[in-house]
Design a protein around this ligand. Structure first.
Ligand code: NAP
Length: 361
């Protein structure tokens, strides 16, 4: 599905196109719009493939629950503010406000709305190909649309990883997921034992969230210590519904075509001969992320882990002059909503100054 919101569709060349729709993209759009650059945000397509990959518009924050660490949103009721701030056509599809600070989807809708309010144009499509060898740059979208822009801000974020087991692939949509918040409330997971793999903040968040629905949550982690922040790890360890399986990995998801996931085989990382089968009706991977850089076709310099390389300290410059990168697509270290938004602002300022230096506005 593709569509635009805003007034024109810019048949000629644009000043700045922002690819992505997480906090980095919207912060960049707000700054670029207020600098009169008339930005176009290409926010991603609403497709089944993007749903399965976890790359739908509004990014990873739209797949989380409460956001407790974004400054400015202390716990408290925001229902009336959300009703008044967000366009009614989108607000009606959002779940009711939970009365506890801000949720990820709410925060993203507010950022998107703020960008729209300052005149940002939005295209609901994926960029599938770029040509950074030509000027103005050329971008090709999934539905064939071609756009030209003097500058580009890449803010396409990252997506959740899976272990890579063929059995994981086989049962996707039948009990295998990398997003508890999206899928956890489905009937197949309610009052049943479930398993989460990982030891970072995502695994803590997913297992805590799932414990509201599941009878038991097994948290399988390959080491004897969590990587997660202490506050989130402590919450998990105090939760009686969560059983941690330390020094363990899942090496097979078990099930059938009729029933989907019925269990997992868990193997010890200390004694490889030791394994057990856990009867579960859901398997959730929470083992880190991969940056969304494939569509760049090797035209920007990447790091070893395929994140976009910032070529100048404290700047959002990439290896191509006029192309800037912001948010998780260029950050495998901090990966927070606030740092992504901060670098989105930096990218818009960098783009604005670069465009001015070239006499483009
Ligand atoms: P992460 O911090 O990279 O943790 C990934 C976890 O998965 C690690 O515990 C890792 O084990 C494990 N893992 C990786 N590959 C594995 C494999 N092949 N088999 C088994 N286990 C594997 O990723 P994350 O938890 O997604 O967090 C990413 C970032 O987002 C972090 O900066 C985090 O703070 C942030 N985040 C914040 C919140 C929040 O504040 N609400 C929520 C979610 C995420 P090892 O520990 O052994 O390496």
């Amino acid at each position: 599905m593709a569509g635009t919101s805003g007034k024109s569709t810019h048949p000629g060349s644009l000043s700045v196109v922002i690819i992505g729709s997480g906090p980095a993209a919207w912060a960049a759009a707000i700054y670029a719009a207020r600098a009169n650059l008339r930005p176009l945000v290409i926010e991603g397509a609403v497709t089944e493939e993007n749903r399965l990959k976890g790359t739908l518009p509004l990014g990873q924050l739209a797949l989380t629950t409460e956001v407790e660490n974004y400054p400015g949103y202390a716990a408290g009721g925001l229902a009336e503010y959300l009703d008044s701030a967000i366009d009614a056509d989108r607000r009606k599809y959002m779940p009711p406000h939970g009365g506890h600070g801000i949720s990820g989807p709410e925060l993203m809708e507010l950022m998107r709305q703020q960008a729209v309010n300052f005149g940002t144009e939005i295209l609901t499509d994926d960029v599938v190909e770029v040509n950074f060898r030509k000027r103005p740059f050329e971008l090709t979208c999934l539905e064939g649309r071609r756009l030209k822009s003097q500058s580009v801000i890449v803010a396409t974020g990252a997506r959740a990883n899976y272990l890579g087991l063929p059995s994981e692939e086989r049962f996707k949509n039948q009990g295998v997921s990398a997003c508890a918040v999206c899928d956890g409330a489905l009937p197949r997971f309610r009052n049943r034992p479930l398993v989460v793999v990982g030891g970072g903040d995502s695994a803590m968040e997913e297992s805590t969230f799932l414990s509201k629905f599941a009878s038991t949550v097994y948290l399988v982690h390959r080491r004897d210590a969590f990587r997660a922040s202490k506050i989130m790890a402590d919450r998990v360890l105090a939760n009686k519904k969560i059983q941690v399986k330390w020094n363990s990995i899942v090496d097979e998801v078990l099930g059938s075509d009729e029933q989907g996931v019925t269990g997992v085989r868990v193997r010890s990382t200390v004694d490889k001969a030791k394994h057990e089968e856990l009867a579960v009706s859901g398997y959730f991977a929470a083992i880190g992320h991969t940056p969304n850089t494939d569509f760049l076709g090797g035209q920007l310099e990447l790091t070893e882990k395929r994140y976009i390389k910032w070529t100048t300290p404290a700047r959002t410059y990439t290896s191509v002059e006029g192309v800037f990168a912001a948010g998780d697509v260029a950050d495998d270290y901090y990966r927070q909503a606030i740092t992504a938004a901060g670098s989105g602002c930096m990218a818009a300022l960098d783009a604005e100054r670069w465009l001015a230096s070239k006499g483009f506005h």
